[in-house]
Design a protein around this ligand. Structure first.
Ligand SMILES: [Zn+2]
Length: 159
């Protein structure tokens, strides 16, 4: 049985205060609100195969919050992560300017977004703040650029 990928290559959890987010002004109340929204939507996760429920809450620049949970499928590869559900909901509702996202899972250490979600977040949200939390209210804060330090994006497609 495969273990949790906490060994080589895993992103170390950095606890508050994270030096990569010192330029971001945010109140503890804003963090709690976003984490609470992610925690609430996590209960709706469709995870009959893994049991690994994740919730995400994305705040737009003008204060709207879009939530998402992971949605699995019997064809495992079709599973969509909570972060992507949240951002696709926001994009499909016409929002395109984002401030931060919170991701909540019931894990020992707060769980960072997977690689594809980092790429999707970079595409639509750029270098936003990423708040990670578990159910024990332990949190980490990162800039997305710290989680995806050399992103591939549209700048590379210009000739
Ligand atoms: Zn993901």
């Amino acid at each position: 049985m495969r273990g949790h990928p906490q060994s080589a290559g895993a992103v170390p959890v950095r606890w508050l205060p994270d030096p990569t987010v010192t330029d971001i002004m945010i109140t503890e109340q804003e963090i709690q609100e976003l984490v609470a929204a992610a925690t609430a939507v996590r209960t709706l996760a469709y995870v009959p195969y893994s049991g690994y429920a994740v919730g995400a809450a994305l705040r737009t620049d003008n204060g709207h919050i879009f939530t998402g949970c992971n949605v699995e499928n019997a064809s495992y590869g079709l599973t969509v992560c909570a972060e992507r559900v949240a951002i696709f909901k926001a994009i499909s509702d016409g929002f395109d300017s984002f401030r931060r996202i919170a991701v909540v899972a019931d894990t020992e250490d707060p769980t960072p977004p997977c690689g594809p979600c980092r790429q999707i977040l970079w595409e639509f949200a750029g270098d936003i703040e990423v708040i990670l939390a578990n159910l024990r209210e332990e949190k980490g804060r990162y800039r997305l650029s710290a989680l995806l330090p050399l992103p591939f994006d549209a700048r590379l497609l210009t000739k």
